[in-house]
Design a protein around this ligand. Sequence first.
Ligand SMILES: Cc1cc2nc3c(=O)[nH]c(=O)nc-3n(C[C@H](O)[C@H](O)[C@H](O)COP(=O)(O)OP(=O)(O)OC[C@H]3O[C@@H](n4cnc5c(N)ncnc54)[C@H](O)[C@@H]3O)c2cc1C
Length: 391
Amino acid sequence: MRVQVAIIGAGPAGLLLGQLLARSGIDAAILEQRSPEYVLGRIRAGVLELGTVETLEEAGVAQRLHREGLVHHGVELSFGGERHRIDFQSLAGKSVTVYGQTEVTHDLMDARKALAATSVYEAESVSLHDFDGSSPRVRYQKDGQTHEIACDFIAGCDGFHGVSRQSVPPGALKTFERVYPFGWLGVLSETHPVSDELIYVNHERGFALCSMRSMTRSRYYVQCSLAEKVEEWPDERFWDELRMRLDTRAQDALVTGPSIEKSIAPLRSFVAEPLRFGRLFLAGDAAHIVPPTGAKGLNLAVSDVRYLAHGLIAHYRTGDDARLDSYSERCLRRIWLAERFSWWMTSLLHRFPDTDAFGRKIQTAELTYLFRSPTAQKSLAENYVGLPFDD
Ligand SMILES: Cc1cc2nc3c(=O)[nH]c(=O)nc-3n(C[C@H](O)[C@H](O)[C@H](O)COP(=O)(O)OP(=O)(O)OC[C@H]3O[C@@H](n4cnc5c(N)ncnc54)[C@H](O)[C@@H]3O)c2cc1C
């Protein structure tokens, strides 16, 4: 088989790239190691920046998002039993949309099916070849047979554990990493959310987040130790722990119910530089990870893909490679700004096991400053709703 672009991974990054390229008449095949059901079963991000929504509009997959997504004009921070609202609209002139990553993936899968574009699910042993030359190839196994795809470019959209980044020769890649000494225990339940907006909680017992996927489906998280196992957290224990970290108004409003998903996610900051090696481009979690506190993971994946799609479209339409040549540099500028914000939100809101009394006082002072200073609030708001794209 020969295509113009071989895309590795059918997460949001790979599917969105495929859709943007297909709408511009560029032929791309997607190889995914898992089944569609498995990909759709992963409960992950849920807050979309305006720029992400606009990119999904450009891809022609935003109709259901506009019907069912919840537009949020602010978030609340809870500390010392009190809640403080950050008003995005007045501080940053924008809002965010709550719409689950699963739904984004669903819409992109439906759009790809309608185009009858090539997607190979359950592709095993995917390997990347010759991307440092002019004729890259991708091999994979399916149903016991080896297949090969020749292409002009490879897009590595296969997440943090994928094969694309690992295929880059050692020494060509520089990585930066911070692993946090705690995780997030998350619960999804068919219950009315505790509030109309997200509540981020800094509490003596640790961080908590009250989030949602819709007005009938809540997503809650509590900071937990990395040594803990999901099995040690029956629903009742989770709800008790969450309740203890909430302010009294939220405690009264909390509706509990059986969990329909429960998982522990470790928190990590990670960046691999650069994002381009010859004809291989990395995008999304394949190149970077942020702790979810800043709600940036999915949004960053979308912004990489937007830059990459526009670069590839310019290449095929006009032969102009300026955008492809500056892809890594432009992505990294945005990635590091999101890394900074996600690290800052994580530092501000979590209980770090090794923080001494001085560190705790500084964290309290930082929160006090934030609640009193419209300037500090503006900085949080403009980062949360999403910094502008370069183009
Ligand atoms: C548990 C969890 C919770 C999260 N919660 C949030 C959140 O609340 N907010 C937020 O903003 N972000 C969150 N994130 C991050 C966000 O979900 C990711 O940033 C986003 O999924 C990135 O999309 P992606 O397409 O780059 O990567 P992925 O979604 O990881 O997709 C990569 C795809 O590549 C496939 N793949 C991997 N290896 C191969 C291979 N060798 N061959 C072929 N295919 C392969 C994978 O199966 C997968 O389908 C969370 C992430 C995790 C893991």
